[in-house]
Design a binder for this molecule. Structure first.
Ligand code: NAP
Length: 292
């Protein structure tokens, strides 16, 4: 068997064009309202710079206003809190994203708590986490949202599927497990203390790997025909050539022969994360205007 490749690039493109159409419609019908996304970067982390550039570019592509704030690595927590207070007050800004990680003098939790929950387009504020847990409308984390949209392309109805989420971080594993539960999957969460991960994997109709361990999940751990969502993004260097490549958490070459469907890395979950950030910005704009 060769698995169907779940094309995250194509799905993200479709979602972006739907969002662009919504944004244009909102501008035309609602007195010129244009969603505004503020992206804040502190320091010179190269990977973060790339993420922020992409987020700003896509935001402009879908017709939103984007506000990029690039602060030096020496920025104090107080200075960053002042900027967030300004962005919370600014009616042109509907979504605020502070790129993580932050320099060590700044407490991430304090910063996340300072963002107005209705502008928290990363979905990390405890108010949004609590609302999501209680099944209320909330801004949800983007990567799990992207995984769910990809899964819905394979399964119109997820009810009764056995899902295994490997990883329990606050940004991927835990919220994704909640979303799968909401859609009536029977959910297991695995982590670094799980005994016999291989046998847990072999029982899963849906296997999500979000561990940050390159090629960790082996082909013979996968139930034949299962759907595999690989969230991992790991940069590995080929010893022979010295070139670096992106790898997921799943051994793709082996898994593709066993699974029914699988996301590639790159080109799977990654593009969906940014598209879902735009969806959250649009949703935040609608909520702030009382339309949701
Ligand atoms: P994280 O905070 O480091 O969490 C990793 C999780 O994996 C932890 O819960 C950890 O368990 C678990 N884990 C680690 N080794 C394990 C093992 N041997 N067996 C079972 N579980 C194990 O990472 P994250 O932020 O969730 O990110 C996970 C991966 O997704 C990374 O590669 C990251 O780059 C990628 N990512 C991709 C996107 C995207 O847009 N595609 C977005 C976010 C993250 P413990 O809790 O017990 O330590």
């Amino acid at each position: 068997m060769t698995a169907r490749i779940i094309d995250g690039l194509a799905s993200a493109k479709r979602l972006r064009s739907e969002l662009a159409a919504h944004a244009a419609d909102m501008k035309a019908r609602q007195g010129g309202i244009i969603p505004g996304l503020a992206v804040v970067l502190v320091g010179d982390d190269v990977a973060s710079q790339v993420y922020v550039r992409n987020k700003t570019r896509v935001s402009e592509e879908v017709g939103f206003r984007s506000y990029a704030h690039q602060l030096p690595a020496s920025t104090s927590e107080e200075e960053l809190l002042e900027l967030i207070a300004d962005l919370n007050e600014n009616p042109q800004v509907n979504g605020i994203l502070v790129q993580l990680p932050l320099p060590e003098q700044i407490n991430e939790r304090t910063i996340i708590m300072a963002i107005d929950p209705i502008k928290d387009v990363d979905g990390f504020h405890p108010v949004n986490v609590g609302r999501q847990t209680a099944g209320l409308m909330s801004l949800a984390p983007c990567t799990p949202m992207g995984c769910m949209l990809l899964l819905q392309e394979i399964f119109p109805n997820l009810a009764g599927k056995k899902a295994l989420v490997v990883g329990r971080s606050n940004i991927v594993g835990k919220p994704l497990a909640l979303m799968l539960l909401r859609d009536n999957c029977t959910v297991t969460i695995a982590h670094s203390h799980t005994r016999d991960l291989a046998s847990e994997c072999r029982q899963a109709d849906i296997l999500v790997a979000a561990m940050g361990r390159p090629n960790f999940i082996q082909g013979d751990w996968i139930k034949p025909g299962a759907t595999v969502i690989d969230v991992g993004i790991n940069r590995v260097t080929d010893e022979a050539t010295g070139k670096s490549h992106l790898r997921g958490d799943v051994d793709f070459e082996a898994a593709v022969k066993v699974a029914g469907a699988i996301t590639p890395v790159p080109g799977g979950v990654g593009p969906m994360t940014i598209a879902c950030l735009m969806q959250n910005t649009l949703q935040a704009t609608m909520m702030q205007n009382g339309w949701a």
